[in-house]
Design a protein around this ligand. Structure first.
Ligand code: PRP
Length: 180
């Protein structure tokens, strides 16, 4: 693993396997219905693609960008919508697809905004769940993996906008950050 960036937590194989399991669960939960997969930019894209590819129900796609992070490694707590979805969510099933839930601030704000649009259901599908950092009452319906309070990168997750393209999820420690 010496050629990898950071310490690997989940390989491509781990992620694909889990995405298939969750896609199957989504298929069962929404059998005969349509679902809007609403990806949160930018980090959710690789995970969203995996979920979308493996579901067999009819899915529609849109994106929203809301952020509570600056370029530092901790959340500022202030949420801003930078890009909004344009799809009509009235009476639709919406699954918000996230890369990671940390404090839950971002998602709480997004879900409250989405509820105003009158969807039939709103569910949350996150690749990673960092429960130890949660300060809100947000819970995901579909969780890829629970993770400890680590600085995770790869598979959509960034460090100063870098490493989103890594085909695995790893984490950085201080010694790793120095050379980056
Ligand atoms: C990350 C992630 C979540 C949020 C989680 O987004 O995608 O939206 O932070 O943190 P929270 O639970 O403490 O609110 P980020 O703002 O880093 O945007 P990005 O996906 O473009 O990297």
């Amino acid at each position: 693993m010496a050629d990898k960036i950071g310490k690997v937590l989940f390989t491509q194989e781990d992620i694909t396997k889990r995405a298939k399991e969750l896609a199957k669960q989504i298929d069962e939960d929404f059998k005969g219905e349509e679902v809007i997969l609403l990806g949160t930019l930018k980090g959710s894209i690789p995970w969203l693609v995996d979920i979308m590819k493996h579901t067999t129900i009819e899915t529609k796609l849109d994106f929203i960008s809301a952020s509570s992070y600056g370029s530092s490694t901790t959340s500022s707590g202030v949420v801003k919508i930078r890009y909004d979805a344009s799809i009509n969510m009235y009476n639709e099933n919406v699954i918000v697809v996230e890369d990671i839930i940390d404090t839950g601030n971002t998602l709480k704000y997004v879900v409250e905004k989405l509820k105003e649009r009158g969807p039939k259901t709103i569910k949350i599908c996150t690749m990673l769940n960092k429960e130890a950092r949660r300060t809100t009452d947000i819970h995901a319906d579909y969780v890829g993996f629970d993770v400890d309070d680590l600085f995770v990168i790869g598979y959509g997750l960034d460090f100063d906008q870098k490493f989103r393209g890594l085909p695995y999820i790893s984490y950085l420690e201080e010694e790793d950050v120095e050379g980056l």
